[in-house]
Design a protein around this ligand. Structure first.
Ligand code: ADP
Ligand code: MG
Length: 628
């Protein structure tokens, strides 16, 4: 047997680099992430990526500060970094990369050509490395900045190569990584070219414009600002109205100190704030930027720094919840019907680059600046007032309708028919403004005894009578401002449950009494209902009780008190609300609209379905081709 000493060997440098790469460089997207981060750190204004169809060749070109002939080969060595010189730096790091091993790791698992030039020099340096081995260093001509070209990623690490997914999947991940970076730096221009142009984001965009372009036309007019004000934990960004929800989380972007990250608390809290505003199975959309003292964040949980942990998760979650809820509560969330127009492109992808308008100065201009500023509590962040200009744009709002300029020359029509200057019908922006306009709503009738048709200012308002009433009854039961009116039943109603559910039913009856539903065990599997709340006098209480008992949300053992309570109220509201198919008098309709107006969250029923839809006059104008 060999002695222990002789079995210990120093690993070849290449192997060390490959092992390090195994942690950080797991797929083409990780290469893109590291190279884009380096370009951002180098102060680039424009970053261009090109990717081959198999996603194994990738080049990233920037117009940043570049490297000198001396620095260029050094940058490819492990632990070569210009960004950290002391341990303290690591804690306070404000640039993105700081381990100084990304380039070395990428070079170890690919053929890499680095071309770079500083503005002071006439010639560029080109360094070629294959599988971590320096092949040559030469002088060449190139513009200022840096270009890193990767060829045949993982050519010498077959195990890694095997782990690569289909090119389409890898490309999707890569696109996602670049999009995250592009959102945290709307001032930097980004292009990503594969078989075709995948991303083209002009430099100097505002966050809002960039987000619109990234999320596509479906959120065009759906973005609400987040603004926590200056707290030790500052939150900014934009969230989309519930209507723009998606079937997955692909529209959610979280950043901590401007770094794209994932964090469970943020995701959970964000989604919680949309509860009751969104149908189940839908996920809210938004870009949330959290700024806080770096000491409060642990970014080294994950080798690629995607996952972070907060020292005080509850605090950060609490602030996010408050900020998002507030933004949603203040907003006018009534869905506007949007009529598809000829040639209109809908849905995902990148919007047209023609949407660039205002830029938001300060906040998103120089890397790290906003973050530093926000600690100093000096707020270079635009205040809400400064920004409101950005939100005065509505679909079909003639002012923002550059796409539809009134063209009097195209269609010959009687003069008086052509509105030369389209009169902007003021579209309420906030929930309060919308409420005020509801006060003037006039019911005109019902459709299919299900939808109330009303005029509202010069807009057409459609109300789902059941959903709307459900919202009203729900809040009435929940907030119970007035005394609970209980109706004792002259003849108690008897019902039975399965033997196995008897204990649950007994438990449930304790909860139900709080709502005026007195239920008592009658022996065996039998129970009786002795009283009901007046709101439910017209309905069969046993049906409601059984429904609550069967509801998967009323797992009495595993659910929090408030969740059970909420579900009970939701079910009661559903039973107590007027049904679809019920004929309503004009007075009843007026009363319903007024009551709806006074609810806290008028726009959706407790399950997240919309209670009303609005069609503005300008939309009608457009649909009838009165304005082109
Ligand atoms: P880190 O970014 O953690 O410092 P990297 O391996 O990613 O480590 O990069 C090593 C060094 O190479 C950087 O610190 C920087 O000085 C230099 N560098 C890398 N990419 C660029 C670039 N695109 N422009 C200018 N310098 C760069
Ligand atoms: Mg780096």
């Amino acid at each position: 047997m060999m002695d222990k000493q002789s079995r210990i060997r120093i690993l070849p440098r290449n192997l060390i680099n490959q092992i390090a790469a195994g942690e950080v460089i797991v797929r083409p997207a990780s290469v893109a992430k590291e190279l884009v981060e380096n370009a951002i750190d180098a102060g680039a204004k424009q970053i261009s990526l090109e990717v081959s169809p198999d996603v194994r060749d990738l080049s990233v070109t920037d117009d940043g500060c570049g490297m000198t002939p001396g620095e260029a080969p050094l940058s490819l060595l492990r632990h070569a970094t210009s960004k950290v010189s002391s341990l303290e730096d690591i804690v306070n790091v404000q640039t993105r990369g700081f381990r100084g091993e990304a380039l070395a790791s990428i070079a170890a698992v690919s053929r890499l050509i680095l071309t770079t030039r500083t503005p002071e020099r006439d010639a560029a340096t080109r360094v070629t490395v294959e599988g971590g081995e320096l092949v040559k260093t030469e002088s060449t001509g190139a513009p200022t900045g840096t270009s890193v070209a990767i060829r045949q990623l993982f050519f010498n690490t077959p195990a890694r190569l095997k782990f690569m997914r289909r090119p389409a999947t890898e490309l999707k991940r890569l696109l996602q990584v670049v999009t995250q970076q592009a959102l945290s730096h709307p001032d930097i221009g980004f292009t990503l070219v594969g078989k075709k142009k995948l991303l083209e984001l002009p430099m100097g965009q505002s966050l809002k414009d960039r987000l619109r372009q990234v999320l596509g036309s479906s959120v065009e007019d759906q973005l609400l600002p987040l603004d926590s004000g200056n707290l030790p934990v500052t939150i900014h960004g934009f969230i989309a109205k519930p209507e723009a929800g998606r079937r997955d989380r692909s529209g959610q972007y979280f950043f901590v100190n401007r770094r794209p990250i994932s964090n469970r608390i943020l995701t959970v809290t964000f989604e919680q704030a949309y509860r009751g505003l969104m149908m189940s199975g839908r996920y809210p959309v938004g870009a949330v930027f959290v700024f806080l003292d770096p000491e409060e964040v642990d970014v080294n949980v994950h080798p690629t720094k995607e996952e972070v942990r907060f020292r005080d998760e509850r605090k950060v979650g609490g602030i996010l919840n408050r900020v998002v809820s507030e933004s949603l509560r203040k907003a006018n969330l009534v869905p506007y019907t949007r009529l598809p127009e000829a040639g209109e492109e809908r849905g995902a992808g990148t919007g047209s680059p023609g949407t660039q308008k205002q830029t938001m100065p300060g906040f998103f201009s120089s890397p790290g600046a906003a973050m530093r500023e926000s600690f100093k509590q000096k707020s270079r962040v635009p205040s809400r007032q400064e920004e409101t200009g950005l939100f005065r744009e509505w679909p079909g709002h003639p002012i923002s309708g550059e796409k539809h300029p009134p063209s009097s020359s195209r269609l010959p029509r009687p003069l008086e028919e052509i509105p030369t200057v389209p009169t902007p019908s003021p579209v309420p922006e906030t929930a309060d403004e919308f409420r005020a306009s509801l006060e003037k709503a006039e019911p005109l009738g019902q459709i299919a005894n299900t939808f109330i048709v009303a005029s509202c200012g010069d807009a057409l308002l459609l109300i789902d009578q059941h959903a709307a009433h459900e919202r009203i009854v729900y809040e009435k039961i929940r907030d119970r401002k007035s005394e609970l009116v209980i109706q004792n039943l002259l003849l108690p109603i008897e019902f039975e449950v399965e033997v196995s559910r008897v204990p649950d039913m007994e438990e449930l009856s304790k909860r139900l009494s709080e709502f005026g539903l007195e239920v008592e065990r009658f022996g065996g599997q039998s129970f009786v209902v002795r009283s009901v709340p007046a709101d439910l006098a017209e309905t069969d209480p046993t049906e409601l009780i059984k429904e609550i008992l069967e509801s998967p949300d009323v797992d009495l053992k595993n659910l929090g008190e408030s969740e059970v309570r909420n579900e009970i109220i939701r079910r009661m509201a559903c039973h107590g609300a007027i049904r679809a198919g019920q004929r309503l008098s004009r007075e009843e309709m007026t009363a319903l609209i007024l009551e709806l107006k006074n609810t806290r969250l008028a726009f959706t029923c407790p399950h997240g379905r919309p209670t009303m839809i609005l069609m503005t006059k300008s939309q009608l104008d457009r649909q009838f081709k009165r304005v082109l």
